[in-house]
Ligand binder design. Structure first.
Ligand SMILES: [Zn+2]
Length: 231
């Protein structure tokens, strides 16, 4: 039986031909615009128009394939950075759901795809149909991408520490900051006609507020169970 894995797979695994190890960590490259950088990671908002806010968080340092190869301190730093960026994307784009895909089946160097999921989504209720990029994908408008990247950089530059009791909640402050960043542009996830599978009461959809079902409401809980395993 022939293998479908690339013929240079051994070199990719060893890092000998790893394009992510060769990265010069620029603020912009052919893939996207860097919105966050730490000692251990770069987060790059992707040019490919696959999903608004689609971002890769890439481990920087020695060649690492699997997250379990990291030391405890490195793993903590890596996932902290992933979650920091995911929180900013969530605040800015207001999706229905955030997906975290740590795959590496094409480029086996540790990285995580952050994929916001929206009302208008190619596979509602299912894993995102993410395919390896081959350069033929549609590209996000460059001005829009630059605007989003600038706003996300600003958002990520602000401290996000809990506030003392009795003051405005940190959530309220984040909502205010994000509203400021959007400057009146509609939030992508906040579309009025939200309808979850099996949902009888579209009350929260008619409210015109967030597309997320409120705690205790029907919604994802009421959706028919899917037996297909997520990838
Ligand atoms: Zn590498």
């Amino acid at each position: 039986m022939t293998s479908g894995w690339p013929p240079d797979w051994a070199d990719r695994i060893s890092g000998a031909s790893c394009e992510m190890c060769r990265s010069e960590r620029k603020d912009e490259d052919q893939y996207g615009i860097r919105i966050h950088a730490t000692e251990h990671t770069d987060a790059v908002l992707q040019r490919a128009a696959i999903q608004p806010g689609y971002t890769l968080v890439i481990w920087r340092g020695r060649h690492v394939v699997e997250p379990f190869e990291l030391t405890d301190a490195e793993a903590s730093a890596y996932w902290r950075d992933v979650l920091t960026v995911a929180r900013a994307l969530n605040d800015f784009y207001q999706p229905l759901k955030m997906n975290y895909e740590t795959l590496g089946n094409t480029v086996p160097h540790l990285h995580t795809h952050l994929l916001p999921r929206y009302v208008e989504d190619p596979a509602p209720g299912r894993p995102f149909p993410l395919l390896p990029q081959n350069g033929s994908e549609a590209i996000t408008d460059s001005n829009r991408l630059a605007e989003d990247a600038a706003a996300l950089r600003t958002l990520l530059s602000w401290p996000n520490t809990p506030l003392p009791a009795g003051t405005l909640s940190s959530h309220t402050v984040r909502v205010f900051r994000v509203s400021f960043l959007h400057q009146g542009r509609p939030l992508r996830g906040r579309l009025p006609a939200v309808s979850w599978p099996g949902q009888r009461d579209a009350g929260h959809a008619a409210s015109g507020r967030s597309g997320r079902p409120r705690p205790g409401q029907t919604g994802r809980q009421a959706a028919p169970r899917r037996m297909r395993s997520p990838r």
